[in-house]
Unconditional design. Structure first.
Length: 400
């Protein structure tokens, strides 16, 4: 199979040689062959030496690389055998990470650049693969990826669902309809995470249906929740709430502005503790309004908001938002209590987030100590050469 070729300017190939998975438009010298968005393209240096293969898109990030010549020894063809081998290797790593499948049967199988599959997310929910493509090229591989998944998982795979319509470039995304690529299962689909039951609906839920990236942090919360009053703000599906209740919390309050999220939280609480669980109360309210309107003090407060900024232009406003939110959250923490606080805004790096929380503590007038620095779990790996993949950052604070 012959692919179009792209040549880099002299001196602009260092990033690719260092395994960064993106080629930017300003680095390109010329093309050979016609190119359309989503096409597979081979990347060469200015002396026509092969460097990598990826998917082309006419934009700032012109190529998203999924194979490097320094690793493969030469050009590759992204056929069924290629994707099967790649997914087999990735699954092997996941089997080491998620070792107790009787307790946890939902996890991230493919995490984009972190797994050498830039533009691709695949989450596994007890035999169902939910695929989310962020590039046209990766979305065009969906049929091959489905066949590769069937080969890798065999009878364990019950269905593959494509949920890419909202994550693809606008014009292309408008032509896409989410739906099953293989099989079908009834919804909601119950899964286990560390022995706790969660009801997943990838058709109507956010992302692929569940925030798998907080698994380890939810487990950490359980260490602090026994006998405590817990506030789970921005609760979405109630993950932190379920863990807190299971750990023996005295009372858990869940807050989210979305009634749909509150309904899902209540369903997950009921799935684990029954319809008559009295230790849990859920509130449909804006979190800032809730924090300001109630003077209740909590032993443990969780602040896990959605991304406040998705571009550099919005970063300053996002930082101010994190500062106000955390200052108000700190005021609701009882003396000697704990605050779990997070940011999933990629453009707010770890240092900036830390400094923002410092400013919030000064504004709230609280003496604070850092107990834990938090991140995403091992099934959301970060490519050493693509630090941008480390989006989730968090702190656990002890408040005097």
């Amino acid at each position: 199979m012959t692919f179009s070729k792209l040549f880099l300017q002299a001196g602009r190939d260092e990033a690719v040689r260092r395994f960064h998975p993106w080629v930017f438009s300003r680095a390109i010298s010329r093309y050979e062959g016609g190119l359309n968005d989503g096409d597979t393209v081979e990347v060469f240096d200015h002396k026509s030496r092969y460097l990598a293969t990826g998917h082309y898109h006419n934009g700032s990030i012109t190529v998203r690389i999924f194979s490097f010549g320094a690793t493969t020894g030469g050009p590759v063809t992204p056929d069924l055998a290629f994707w099967t081998q790649k997914l087999t290797q990735i699954r092997h790593v996941r089997q080491a990470i998620i070792s107790n499948r009787e307790q946890t049967n939902c996890y991230r199988l493919v995490h984009g650049e972190g797994d050498g599959c830039t533009g691709l997310i695949i989450d596994m929910y007890k035999g169902v693969a939910v695929l989310q493509a962020h590039s046209i090229g990766m979305h065009r591989e969906r049929e091959l990826l489905t066949e590769a998944l069937k080969t890798v998982f065999g009878d364990e795979l019950k269905a593959v669902y494509d949920k890419s319509a909202d994550t693809l470039p606008d014009e292309y995304g408008k032509t896409i309809t989410n739906g099953y690529l293989f099989g079908e299962v009834p919804l909601p689909h119950p899964v286990l995470e560390n022995g706790h039951t969660f009801l997943i609906n990838w058709q109507t839920g956010q992302k692929t249906g569940f925030f798998l990236d907080q698994r380890d942090n939810r487990a950490l919360l359980a260490r602090y929740a026994q006998g405590k009053n817990v506030l789970n703000a921005f609760c979405y599906s109630g993950g932190f709430s379920v863990y807190g209740l299971a750990a023996g919390a005295k009372q858990v309050h869940s807050v989210d502005v979305s009634q749909k999220a509150i309904d899902l939280t209540n369903q997950n609480v009921a799935a684990n503790f029954g319809e008559t669980e009295t230790r849990h109360e859920a509130y449909t309210d804006d979190v800032m309004h809730f924090l300001k309107a109630h003077d209740h003090q909590y032993d443990v407060v969780v602040l896990d908001p959605p991304a406040f900024a998705k571009s550099l232009s919005a970063r300053h406003r996002a930082v101010q938002g994190y500062k106000r939110l955390n200052a108000e959250g700190l005021r609701r923490v009882a003396k000697g209590g704990i605050l779990f606080t997070f940011s999933c805004s990629q453009v707010v790096d770890r240092e900036l987030f830390y400094n923002t929380i410092v400013a919030a503590a000064i504004e709230a007038g609280r003496q604070v100590r850092v107990l834990h620095h938090l991140s995403q779990p091992a099934d959301h790996p970060v490519n050493l050469f693509h630090p941008e993949g480390g989006y989730l950052k968090g702190l656990v604070l002890w408040v005097e």
